[in-house]
Write a protein that binds this ligand. Structure first.
Ligand code: SF4
Length: 419
């Protein structure tokens, strides 16, 4: 019996790809193992979005050198964003690696899979489905377009077929993934867009919920907003990174929109999709970000009151135009101060938003058990816990909320399970 070990870091795209690689290997006779030492095949799914992530990958590769020396029969392969166009350079730099292959690819030596072989036989209730690889945007701080390449969409029919198969295997919720899902389809011959794809998926029997990640504020169309409002399975939840509340910083980031455009987009989304939950990302301490420009970000976040804010302190990524052309001149302790201020703001807004749900009944898709409690999510992606002796994995249940915190909700099941 052959064993495989997959080590993954990075975003949901990598996690989704690793799940698929694991399913494919299991359907081709491999068993998973928890340690690299016991494996016949070691796969590293790499992330290089930050230099620290790339360093972790390099450290892992160095640590595996001696294992590879003592067990030369082990196959060591690397995929993910470390693998750019220059594979011969990677071969020279990491001679211990047998194979490099690009994200989303299934090389010949691995065996050419039928698409369905990359799908889990016993999937969890909620599954990620990548719909577009790469990015055409070239934000000044981001390495992704250089490593993942230009946007490449999967055909609608292929995605619909895959989702039908996943639903047949028990999946209830699909999360469509891409670096920029809003530009889905422009590279396909009949030019479908994300709204068209959602319409096709919405009619699949047995599918209960649809989500998608991540949107780009410059590409989110009125048609998409209308579709989210109209399609019953598409959840009222949108993730779109604003990154800064200063037009000068947005320009230096090459984000392609203004604060005014973003504000108008939020107003339009909230007017068309009642109860929508919004999440965003911000970077603080971008080169030359003044106190005034940071305040503009802080004030925008206070005004727009996102349900979730992902915050990062800027760090230059070698290979990007910001790292080449801009001076990383906001001191580390100042970045930390700005980050803390936004974290405190986020906690206070999330506390208020969640407290409004106290006493309400919410519909929860149950994902499974965590530390003895059932865990699931609302349509607005709020994490909910409840205790009960029944079996609820993959079911929609009604929960009356009796306790709230900034990060999760707790409640009691009310005894009419929805589905
Ligand atoms: S939209 Fe910008 S930040 Fe996002 S992956 Fe593309 S280049 Fe990177």
């Amino acid at each position: 019996m052959l064993h495989y070990y997959i080590w993954t870091i990075g975003c949901q795209m990598n996690k989704a790809e690793s799940e698929r690689l694991g399913s494919f290997l299991e359907q081709n006779g491999y068993q998973p193992t928890a340690s690299a030492e016991e494996a016949d095949l070691i796969l590293l799914n790499s992330c290089v979005v930050r230099q620290s992530a790339e360093n972790r990958v390099i450290n892992k590769l160095n640590a595996l050198k001696s294992l590879k020396r003592s067990h030369p029969d082990i196959t060591l392969a690397v995929t993910g964003c470390l693998v750019d166009a220059n594979i011969s350079q990677l071969n020279e730099k990491f001679p211990q690696v047998d194979h490099f292959f690009k994200p989303g690819e299934y090389p010949q030596w691995l065996g050419k899979p039928e698409r369905t072989q990359a799908l889990p036989l016993h999937p969890p209730p909620s599954v990620y489905v990548p719909i577009i690889q790469g990015c055409n945007n070239f934000c000044s701080y981001c390495i992704v377009p250089y490593r993942r390449g230009r946007e490449k969409s999967r055909p609608v029919a292929e995605i619909v077929g895959e989702v039908r198969e996943l639903v047949h295997r028990g999946v209830k919720e699909i999360i469509l993934l891409g670096q920029n899902v809003d530009s889905y389809g422009h590279d396909l011959s009949d030019k479908p867009d994300l709204a068209d794809l959602l319409s096709e998926l919405n009619i699949i029997d047995g599918l209960l919920r649809l989500r998608f990640l991540t949107s780009h504020p410059k590409d989110m169309s009125p048609k998409l907003i209308e579709k989210i409002a109209r399609l019953d399975k598409v959840c009222e939840q949108i993730s779109f990174p604003v990154q800064s509340g200063s037009n000068d910083i947005l320009k230096a980031m090459r984000r392609g929109y203004t604060v005014e455009h973003f504000r108008q987009l939020v107003a339009e989304i909230r007017s068309k999709i009642p109860g929508v939950a919004l999440s965003t990302d911000v970077i603080v301490g971008f080169p030359s970000e003044s106190e005034e420009q940071f305040r503009q970000t802080f004030n925008l976040l206070s005004e727009l009151r996102f349900d979730t804010i992902h915050i990062a302190g800027y760090s230059p990524r070698p290979g990007t135009s910001a790292a080449r052309e801009l001076v990383d001149n906001v001191p580390a302790d100042e970045k930390r101060r700005r980050l803390n201020l936004i974290e405190q703001l986020h906690e206070s807004i999330a506390t208020d938003i969640n407290a409004q749900l106290l006493g309400n009944t919410v519909e929860v898709l149950v994902e499974g058990k965590n530390k003895g409690k059932w865990q699931g999510r609302t349509r607005t992606d709020k994490l909910v816990f409840f205790s009960d002796n029944g079996e609820y994995t993959g079911q929609l249940v009604n929960i009356r909320i009796d306790k709230t915190s900034p990060w999760s909700l707790q409640g009691q099941i009310i005894p009419n399970t929805i589905n």
